[in-house]
Design a protein around this ligand. Structure first.
Ligand code: HEC
Length: 233
């Protein structure tokens, strides 16, 4: 501009080129910096997600744990979140829920909700300890929604549709399970003993149980057999 005022068109053109190349360079270096920052963030996220060769024995990074735990919270509609439990739990309902949990849930969550089972420890993400505030602070509606709909990209199955899931028993059963989850922080040893009888068993466990029963039966022989011994033919 100054050059044009001074009547030197050549200088004016040169100055414009200079200004132009300066601003192009500045834009270029900003783009470069943004590019490096984006690559850095992508590498950090990838390292956070892809660690330990994608093994499900690994412990999730803080970032993954936060994403996984908050994703379903965002996905649950607010009316579902604020839904009230229609079941006023009687002793009988609590027992039903306990045995139901033993049969359908404890394989992953353990009877006491700790998640310390063979399957629980092998899943990625691991089932959370249901006794802790992170779960207990969820609303009844959120717990119910998770039981009915499951959590995508995790081992948590959806239990709605009783026909498809071996008779889970319909939504009232899920509401009873919500009561049981609320009770978990006060879980007792007697409840564990009761539930262990209803946990799904493998062949080894069944064989061991049979041996124990046989042993007990031999230790207390039946009166009929005694009388047979006393009067051999
Ligand atoms: C095959 C394993 C498996 C079974 C069976 C299973 N769960 Fe889960 N559950 C999980 C996993 C894994 C998670 C963690 C999901 C996540 O990271 O958000 C989970 C999460 C949950 C949560 C959410 C806890 C929270 O704080 O976000 C609830 C509630 C729950 N399960 C209840 C149940 C109930 C009730 C049953 C039985 C009817 C059941 N689960 C059966 C694996 C299982």
């Amino acid at each position: 501009m100054l050059a044009r005022q001074l009547g030197d068109p050549g200088l004016a053109r040169g100055t414009r080129i200079h200004y132009h190349s300066c601003s192009t360079m500045r834009r270029g270096s900003i783009l470069l910096m943004v590019g490096v920052a984006v690559v850095g963030v992508v590498v950090a996220i990838a390292a956070s997600l892809l660690h330990d060769g994608l093994s499900s024995r690994a412990t999730p990074s803080k970032l993954e744990a936060a994403i996984a735990r908050n994703a379903h919270r965002l996905a649950i509609r607010s009316d579902a979140r604020s839904a009230q439990n229609p079941v006023i739990a009687s002793e009988e309902d609590l027992r039903t829920a306990r045995l139901h949990f033993a049969d359908h849930c404890a394989t992953c969550h353990d009877n006491d909700g700790s998640g310390q089972t063979l399957y629980g420890k092998g899943l990625y993400p691991h089932p959370p300890d249901l006794r802790l505030p992170e779960t207990q602070n969820l609303t009844d509606g959120e717990l119910f929604w998770i039981i009915e709909n499951g959590v995508r990209f995790t081992g948590m199955p959806a239990f709605a549709n009783p026909e498809e899931h071996g008779g889970h028993g319909g939504s009232l059963e899920s509401w009873k399970l919500v009561h049981f989850i609320r009770h978990l922080p006060h879980f007792t040893a007697a409840e564990r003993v009761e539930m262990e009888r209803y946990n799904p068993k493998g062949l080894d466990d069944r064989a061991e149980e049979q041996q124990e029963n046989d042993f007990l039966n031999r230790a207390t022989p039946k009166p009929k057999r005694e009388s047979q011994n006393q009067h051999p033919r």
